[in-house]
Design a protein around this ligand. Sequence first.
Ligand SMILES: NC(=O)NC1=NC(=O)NC1=O
Length: 173
Amino acid sequence: MDTEKVNSMDFGEFVDVFGNVTERCPLIAAAVWSQRPFSDLEDLEKHFFAFIDALPQSGQEGILRCHPDLAGSELQRGTLTAESQREQSGAGLRSLGADGRLRLAELNAQYRARFGFPFVLAARFSDRTAVPRELARLLLCPSAQELRTALGEVKKIGSLRLADLLRADPAKL
Ligand SMILES: NC(=O)NC1=NC(=O)NC1=O
């Protein structure tokens, strides 16, 4: 899909296509649409990130709370979005045993209790051994920058999802 195709989309089409670039936050795509035309695809990505960066902390934490836990109940129930399903399966989280899932659930709960928002990590850059290791590490050495770090992961996820969409064949859209 090229810039011309993106710039030609009306509001509904744009939000249909880009509404889940940030997990379960179609409002961001709605806001980004009003910034068209986009000079290139990097410009489009920049507007997604600028929206997130401009939010107050409560809004940024709200974005994190839209992310389903890694290897959490939604993965088990099959209620993840298509993108999240692909990302979590791709990281091998579907093939975690009961013990592995329990350990992740405990770590996720500790993280959420410590920081007030869920642990978010770009699963496509990780795997089922790295996720619990990174979570345990963050619990041991909490950082005042944890919100920034988590939003960085939201942006990595968004970049990967945008890249998938922009590679998509326009005939299929
Ligand atoms: N809590 C999360 O990090 N969730 C996720 N990371 C991904 O890459 N996909 C998700 O659903």
